[in-house]
Design a protein around this ligand. Structure first.
Ligand SMILES: NC(=O)c1ccc[n+]([C@@H]2O[C@H](COP(=O)([O-])OP(=O)(O)OC[C@H]3O[C@@H](n4cnc5c(N)ncnc54)[C@H](O)[C@@H]3O)[C@@H](O)[C@H]2O)c1
Length: 250
């Protein structure tokens, strides 16, 4: 049986661990050739080896999302190695500074903007021409429930995740004539290494206040990415796909 993204080529940022690693695996399982990048080269290379051993078309590249040259090289690899680029998943992100408005520093703020926001801009930028050459494509940007709802402190993180939602809508409108669809995924709490550094009580509280009573497994977000990546979502562009166990339903 053909996979849901059979024959497509996907580029995923932040793919060495957490949700990005699971997106890479699921897209590969569903028939895509995957190129994934990260700054964690050891973990990235290990995953690429595992996927290759399992028979999947997978390559790891060093990709710092704040570096335009890394993006260009990663997109070029998709075309030279696999013949094109159909899917870009802008997944890489950091929690970074958790400060409030009063306590935020310029350095903390700028780091968050660079990775979570400029990183997404650059990822979309390198996708456009290769996708035009393919006659269309799908870009999936990772926002968060904290791109729609507010929470105390984390001013920089919320700024970037809110921005990603509207960057998504703007790009969706601009590139609709090129049949390039651009959508955002908004995860709630997801059990990845990202939350290991967060205070245990606040993670427990977030799980408790999630109507489904827990955080998501990464694969539960990957299925949303897979839907948006596949032709099943051919009429879907510019949306916020919330995958949050009901958190925002309150
Ligand atoms: N875990 C959650 O609860 C949660 C909730 C909502 C949204 N998100 C978002 O989901 C995305 C994935 O996060 P995760 O939960 O898998 O976290 P994670 O920390 O496990 O994974 C993030 C990945 O991004 C990579 N990364 C960081 N900076 C980078 C850079 N400059 N260039 C390239 N890669 C870089 C990291 O090395 C890591 O592999 C992020 O955008 C995050 O903000 C996470």
């Amino acid at each position: 049986m053909a996979g849901r993204v059979e024959g497509k080529v996907a580029l995923i940022s932040g793919g060495a661990r957490g949700q990005g690693a699971e997106h890479a695996r699921l897209l590969a399982e569903e028939g895509a050739a995957v190129v994934f990048g990260d700054i964690l080269d050891e973990a990235g290379n290990e995953l690429a080896e595992t996927l290759a051993d399992e028979g999947f078309a997978a390559r790891y590249v060093h990709l710092d999302v704040t570096a335009p040259a890394d993006w260009k090289a990663a997109a070029a690899l998709c075309e030279s190695e696999f013949g094109g680029l159909d899917i870009v998943v802008n997944n890489a992100g950091i929690v970074g500074s958790t400060a409030s408005v009063s306590d935020e520093t310029e350095a903390g703020w700028e780091q968050l903007i660079a990775v979570n926001q400029t990183g997404v801009l650059l990822g979309m930028k390198v996708a456009i021409e290769p996708m035009r050459r393919r006659g269309g494509g799908s870009i999936i940007n990772t926002s968060s429930i904290w791109g729609l709802a507010g929470t105390e402190e984390y001013i920089g993180y919320q700024a970037t995740k809110g921005a990603v939602r509207l960057m998504t809508k703007s790009a969706a409108l601009t590139y609709a004539p090129d049949k390039i669809r651009v959508n955002a995924v908004l995860p709630g709490l997801v059990m990845t290494p990202m939350i290991d550094d967060e205070p245990e009580e606040s993670i427990a509280e977030l799980a408790r206040t999630t109507p489904l009573g827990r955080g998501a497994e990464p694969r539960e977000i990957s299925y949303a990415v897979l839907y948006l990546a596949s032709d099943e979502s051919a009429f879907v562009t510019g949306i916020d796909l919330v995958v949050d166990g009901g958190f925002l339903a309150r």
